[in-house]
Design a protein. Structure first.
Lengths: 308, 392
């Protein structure tokens, strides 16, 4: 016996000569039928294909069936309208049709039910105990998402994001604000995070902090200086400068500062960051932070979040 | 492309000097080792795998401090990640490869024994740690199986992709085809990667890891073309072969679905022209697909889409050796300029497998200058080449 695997396929009942059969994707199977099902042409059924044999399981319906209904009208051509909730279905009956408004038992062996009058009204004894239903493992509802920067760099109008030799030995990934001595072009540094914020899509951002790498020894490196932090809208490095939409948020960076956490940023910028925006620094004085070349965690964004 | 840059394309085609792979080790969002001393590595991608990207690294550990004993050690396989970037030695350009999850670690540690007044003591004589690592999001998804998960009524594919992967990483739908509602009858399998595959299939999409580590959802037909590989002076093509096979080649599509009332739906579409036409010498070779459509028109359209996909996105894999492009991702479309007796003919195909490794040079260990690619092209395209070659 060829092995078909075990498969349950939708089928439809069709006429095959004087008998009934079921059509599955164009193939026609005649038997066996599940015993308590009385087929009618055009019924939608499920067919179990197992070990080279098709067993016709019975009709498929979208919701569970009702035990009783209420007669809604008078019978016509052997069919009696019965309401179940808001739906009205056509049923067959035996003998004289039950009177309008009477509660009837529905017999569902075929897709057109038979009515059996009259059912006594019934109140179920309490509800099914909910405590016995198994529960799924609990979902994580809060946490801290650490987003390392994917790319860092500094833009200036003279040479864009930098090209071979244009930065006089400074790494292309360094994040710098302000104008270097002797230059007339100001840097705007930026960090980009790709689509990482999508991981907590729909969650509420509670805090957002930036972990900076150590300060670059450039400019007035023996003085504490002010870093002007902005939020921009680009997930990846654009061809020109980034578009800064919130800020400046000013933080004082000590002379020779090592790696440090700054923030939290004001909550007004969280929506932009959640939409895969990033961090930018710009303005005077000339001040820089190492980029990913030196510290892969420079400009890492640490976001505290919770879900309702 | 992980990084779209004409500078990078020029560097790939030109000479390289001092390129490096910068590898850092992370655990639970904290940087533990900023720069690992990697003495050899290889990277491989294959789109037929659940976890496409698989890598191996050999890390030098001169004082034995990095050689893991515990699963929670920086290089232990208990959830630690490697984040690495290729960096050009000429321009300083960086191409990020995102996080990769450590799956196995094999330290080979040696000991030095010193005699002291309190007896002999052992001191680490250094170690080499062999690590295998897989692209993080799908690697995590492959071991974190589904438990008690079901599709909320009316949920869409992207919402569910995001939900079932949210403990492991982000989903990036920037390049993705339009979203769809998941059929109410769909139930999740136990395997999370299989569930991701089912959801992607519902929108005729495929996944790959982005430079940020997110699962990028891209159209089944690929993205691009992003790069031209040609054999002229200054070109990137090293060698190019072709292997023709009838495996996974079809000339008909059968889409099956179920209407809301349980009625069965079947749509069929046939390839009627060309050398592989339905019923011709190639035979009748159908591909089956479970459609999410709930109408006859829907399954008909799904069958046509599948047939068109058979034609356009290709079934024949061409082995290509070319100069290594660190920006190239699986499912990127590349133009291979194929040398034929009828001249150079451009073939657009999809990168479905890639392999790239380190090389030993006089500069030490550097990224290899060559990589191997499998480029999947359509039978139609090859037929056009065949016609041109026959005409001469």
């Amino acid at each position: 016996m060829a092995d078909l695997g075990v498969n349950v396929r939708p089928g439809v009942v069709v006429a095959a000569g004087t008998a009934l059969a079921v059509n599955v994707d164009g193939a026609v199977y005649a038997s066996p039928w599940w015993g308590s099902y009385v087929p009618v042409e055009r019924d939608n059924v499920r067919v179990l294909l197992c070990a080279g044999e098709a067993t016709i399981l019975g009709p498929t319906i979208t919701g569970p069936r009702a035990m009783t209904g209420t007669v809604a009208g008078t019978a016509s051509v052997g069919l009696l309208p019965v309401t179940i909730g808001t739906d009205t279905i056509q049923c067959r009956y035996v003998g004289t049709a039950p009177s309008i408004g009477s509660l009837v038992l529905l017999s569902w062996e075929s897709t057109t039910p038979w009515v059996i009058a009259a059912a006594a009204a019934y109140t179920p004894p309490g509800t099914f105990g909910g405590s016995s239903a198994p529960s799924a493992p609990s979902a994580t509802m809060s946490g801290v998402l650490h987003m390392p920067a994917v790319t860092t760099g500094s833009y200036r109008s003279a040479d864009g994001w930098g090209s071979p030799g244009s930065r006089g030995g400074m790494s292309l990934s360094a994040v710098v604000q302000g104008t270097a001595p002797g230059s007339s072009y100001a840097y705007s540094g930026a960090a980009f995070y790709g689509a990482q914020a999508n991981q907590i899509a729909g969650a509420t951002w509670d805090t957002a902090q930036i972990r900076l790498g150590q300060r670059l020894e450039v400019g007035s490196n023996n003085s504490a200086l002010t870093l002007h932090v902005y939020v921009h809208t680009s997930p990846d490095k654009p061809s020109g400068d980034v578009s800064r939409v919130a800020g400046p948020y000013d933080y004082t960076i000590a002379a020779h500062a090592g790696a440090q956490e700054i923030g939290p940023l004001p909550s007004g910028c969280y929506n932009t960051l959640a939409a895969n925006g990033g961090i930018s620094i710009t303005g005077s004085p000339y001040l820089g932070i190492v980029g990913l070349d030196v510290d892969p965690a420079s400009f890492q964004l640490d976001v505290g979040w919770h879900r309702a | 492309m992980r990084l779209v840059s004409s500078d990078l394309d020029a560097e790939v085609a030109g000479s390289s000097q001092g390129d490096t792979l910068q590898v850092s080790a992370w655990r639970d969002g904290s940087l533990l080792v900023p720069a690992l001393d990697v003495t050899a590595w290889s990277l491989g991608w294959d789109v037929s795998r659940d976890v496409q990207g698989q890598a191996s690294f050999t890390v030098s550990d001169p004082d034995g401090t990095l050689s893991p004993w515990g699963m929670g050690d920086p290089l232990g396989p208990g959830g630690s990640q490697l984040i690495f970037s290729w960096k050009s030695g000429i321009s300083g350009l960086r191409v990020p490869f995102g996080p990769w999850r450590i799956r196995t670690a094999l330290p080979a540690e040696q000991w030095l024994v010193y005699g002291t007044s309190r007896g002999p003591i052992r001191v680490s004589g250094g170690s080499k740690v062999q690590i295998t690592a897989d692209e993080a999001v799908m690697a995590s998804a492959s071991i974190c199986r589904m438990d008690g998960e079901s599709v909320p009524v009316g949920a869409t594919v992207y919402a569910e992709l995001q939900r079932i992967l949210r403990d492991y990483g982000a989903v990036d739908t920037t390049l993705a085809p339009p979203d769809e509602t998941i059929p109410s009858t769909y139930v999740y399998p136990e395997s999370r990667t299989a569930a991701v595959g089912d959801l992607l299939d519902m929108i005729s999409a495929v996944g790959r890891s982005g430079p940020d580590g997110a699962l990028q959802v891209v159209p089944m037909a690929g993205v691009g073309p992003v790069w031209t590989i040609q054999g002229d002076a200054g070109g990137a093509l090293v060698s190019f072969d072709r292997k023709l096979s009838d495996a996974a080649t079809y000339n008909a599509a059968t889409s099956k679905g179920t209407a809301d009332d349980g009625a069965p739906l079947v749509g069929r579409a046939y390839l009627t022209t060309g050398p592989l036409a339905w019923g011709g010498p190639f035979g009748k070779v159908p591909e089956f697909h479970q459609a999410i459509a709930k109408t006859q028109g829907g399954v008909d359209a799904d069958a046509r889409t599948l047939r068109d996909h058979q034609i356009t996105s290709g079934t024949i894999d061409l082995p290509v050796t070319c100069l290594a492009h660190p920006g190239l991702q699986p499912h990127d479309l590349v133009t291979v300029v194929a040398p034929t007796v009828a001249g150079d003919i451009p073939l657009v195909g999809r990168a479905v497998a890639m392999a790239w490794a380190s090389a030993q040079s006089d500069k030490g260990i550097t990224p290899g200058k060559m990589m191997t690619l499998s480029v999947r092209v359509s039978t139609d395209l090859l037929e056009a080449v065949a016609a041109q070659v026959r005409r001469g």
